[in-house]
Design a protein around this ligand. Structure first.
Ligand code: FES
Ligand SMILES: [Fe+2]
Length: 336
């Protein structure tokens, strides 16, 4: 076993993580696990998001088995009733005029917010920036969600894999990798606190461009790839087609569930589909195939840890993004 960042590293409690999709939360209490801890989620009748530890303060029963009525959550076990602020307002076993103990309240994570279709939670005071996808705020882009994947994997190794540029011709030989050049072009990484960005342009054969058949554009075209990383496990890749036009954005958000499992929330944003549901469905299915190629390897790592001691591995000029990932996570882990 190596030292390194594991899914349940205590520092990760001080970061934002995806808990579930915004669409997963409605008037029915539901449970989701993050960092080995179960949380209950629901919405009030005005749409307000509520997230609490999934434990009743009385005998620790799972609150996700309770019922919601008039925005109040009733525990399934002894019927304690909690108001919209999580404060207990009724203990049936004590009768009507009972004094309610002040500790009879639900426990909230330090932070909760929603962005680009995901509910983010920070269990303790967050020390990482809030993840944000600019395409999600741009009305020209449509969003397509991949099915949520729960799998055996290390969140750190998966982030490493998303940022890795040299594996395409090998791991992705059955999807897009066959057309990729093996050599990774030189690129620069620009760090900003616990985030970085890396951009490069290269030529590729645009076989999907109808303009090639029509003789308007050459087969070999330019595209710009921009990787954006926000600690600990939020990833974005924007692909701009500089000749044919259009931008594809892939968002990849990893939840450390327990020491051996993650959930992956991935979405596509496209501004080149002209509202075609069929083309978006095809794009999502293709991306699922790509992710499954990655998971074939990632789910089989024996030691589910991302090395943070940069002397324990060999790095090349093609690995600048994944080296920066290690530096940032090491800085984060040692600072909290
Ligand atoms: S465990 Fe919830 S009311 Fe007793
Ligand atoms: Fe990959």
């Amino acid at each position: 076993m190596t030292d390194g960042l594991r899914n349940l590293d205590p520092s990760l409690h001080h970061a934002w993580h995806p808990l579930c999709r915004s669409d997963d939360v409605d008037g029915t209490p539901r449970a989701f696990t993050l960092l080995g801890v179960s949380y209950v989620t629901y919405r009030t009748s005005s749409g307000g998001l509520r997230v609490y530890r999934n434990q009743c303060p009385h005998r620790l029963a799972p609150l996700s088995l309770g019922t919601l009525a008039s925005d109040q959550l009733r525990c399934v076990y002894h019927g304690w009733l909690f108001d919209t602020d999580g404060v207990c307002v009724e203990i049936p076993a004590l009768g009507e005029d009972a004094m309610i103990p002040s500790r009879a309240r639900l426990s909230s994570p330090a932070g909760t917010f929603e962005s680009h279709g995901i509910v983010f939670v920070a269990p303790l005071e967050p020390k990482t920036p809030r993840p944000c996808i600019s395409a999600a705020l741009d009305a020209d882009f449509e969003r397509g969600d991949l099915p949520v994947i729960e799998t055996r994997a290390s969140a750190g190794l998966l982030a490493d894999n998303f940022l890795d540029m040299a594996h395409f011709p090998f791991i992705h030989a059955r999807t897009f990798g066959a057309g990729e050049a093996r050599e990774v072009p030189s690129y620069r990484v620009t760090r900003d606190g616990l985030c970085f960005e890396a951009t490069y342009e290269h030529q590729f054969a645009n076989r999907e461009d109808e303009g090639v058949e029509q003789g308007i554009r050459p087969l070999l075209q330019r595209r710009r790839l921009t990787y954006r990383y926000t600690a600990p496990f939020h990833l974005e890749l924007a692909i701009e087609f500089l000749d044919a036009g259009g931008t594809n954005v892939i968002g990849f958000f990893i939840t450390p569930v327990d020491d051996e499992h993650v959930r992956i929330y991935s979405s596509l944003w496209r501004n080149d589909l002209e509202g075609s549901i069929e083309r978006m469905n095809d794009a999502v299915a293709f991306e699922v195939a790509v992710v499954n190629e990655d998971l074939f390897l990632q789910s089989r790592y024996e030691d589910l840890a991302l090395p943070l001691d940069i002397t324990s591995e060999l790095h090349t000029r093609a690995d600048k993004t994944t080296l920066e990932l290690r530096r940032i996570l090491r800085d984060f882990v040692t600072s909290v």
